[in-house]
Design a protein around this ligand. Structure first.
Ligand code: 13P
Length: 344
């Protein structure tokens, strides 16, 4: 294992002002996203849309890495240039989603576990040859009356750590994503407790499986109220609770946290990221607090594109604007703009 290279890549992914674009929607997910704009999910449409994002002028100022799906890491742009090269030429690190989605957890029908460990070592070798510098695996935890159970938490944490250890062995920086879904009307206190339990178990498993903490990144959800809670916590409270929770369970040797956006509206997820960085700037935090957003970076450009070639420029502008504002929030300098509202 080339530890130094892992550490360098992890640090580059959370370089000042920068974060990650998650463009790794699986076949089913991108189909749903395209359906929302009345566009058929063909290979060409997927290529055209993602190429538009990757070729947006100036994006490398805000984007350090892009998470790709298996199809995309093998795809060429319209002029025959591999999309991986389009990213590398801008100094953007290509990454790859390596999990194979979720199934019902045997013995716990209300919980999910992520598949994809079988044969992962060989797949990782191939992805490294194709130019990937990092990997991602998503575990999913929901908050309901009877979940999560400690069994569900430990099964997901175990798989996350197995993935992380295998990735590092292949020279790839693992992005460990234990997502606590925002769905439900739970309070921020419940989210705090579940986040603490999940992260404690994830880092317990990472330690047992000898994962180099300096050579990985954590992709968590923020500590927030459930999406349908009557009273949703404001950004300052989200920042305080999230950092208090992390202080209990997140080792200082992890170089960075790259939050997911989780379906939270653009305005609120950006305000939350901003408050987190403002608080960290004030009280201090050992980790970079950055982003690895899918929906919150792509909602606006997807709507502006609508599957039409003539909308390419408008979509690129919408993406650039979301990336610029998210980068501002990553530094604690975010000011909502009117233009931002109209771009969506
Ligand atoms: P969202 O930001 O849309 O939650 O996507 C991030 C991601 O990569 C989910 O696995």
């Amino acid at each position: 294992m080339d530890k130094q290279r892992l550490v360098q890549t992890a640090e580059a992914l959370v370089a000042a002002k920068k974060g990650i674009l998650a463009a790794d929607e699986s076949g089913g997910t991108i189909k749903r996203r395209f359906y929302s704009i009345n566009v058929e999910s063909t290979e060409e449409n997927r290529r055209n849309y993602r190429e538009l994002l990757f070729r947006t002028a100036g994006i490398s100022e805000f984007v350090s890495g892009v998470i790709l799906f298996d199809e995309t890491i093998r795809q060429e742009g319209a002029d025959g240039t591999p999309l991986v090269k389009v990213l590398l030429d801008q100094g953007i690190v290509p990454g790859i989603k390596v999990d194979k989605g979720t199934i019902s957890l045997p013995g716990a029908p209300d919980e999910l576990v992520t598949e994809g460990l079988d044969g992962l070592g060989d797949r990782l070798k191939e992805y490294a040859e194709l130019g990937a510098g990092f990997t991602k695996w998503r575990g999913v935890i929901s908050i309901t009356g009877n979940t999560p159970t400690s069994y569900g938490v430990s099964a997901n944490a175990h798989a996350l750590a197995r993935f992380a250890a295998l990735s590092q062995e292949a020279g790839l920086v693992p992005i460990v994503e234990p997502e606590i879904l925002r769905d439900g009307d739970h309070s921020i206190d419940q989210c705090f407790d579940v986040t603490e339990e999940v992260l404690r178990e994830v880092f317990n498993q990472l330690a047992q499986q000898k994962v180099l903490l300096e050579g990985m990144l954590l992709k968590p959800s923020m500590v927030i109220s459930g999406g349908s809670a009557a009273q949703r916590a404001e950004p300052e409270e989200v920042a305080e609770r999230t950092l208090d929770c992390f202080k209990r369970v997140l080792p200082a040797s992890v170089p960075g946290v790259v939050f997911l956006s989780g379906g939270e509206p653009d305005g609120s997820v950006t305000a939350n990221l901003n408050a987190l960085n403002q608080r960290a700037n004030k009280v201090g935090a050992p980790w970079e607090l950055s982003f690895s957003f899918g929906r919150s970076l792509q909602g606006a450009p997807l709507a502006a594109w609508a599957g039409k070639l003539e909308n390419t420029e408008a979509a690129a502008l919408a993406f650039y604007t979301r990336a610029r504002l998210t980068s501002a929030a990553r530094q604690g300098n975010y000011v909502p703009e009117e233009k931002e509202m109209s771009a969506v």
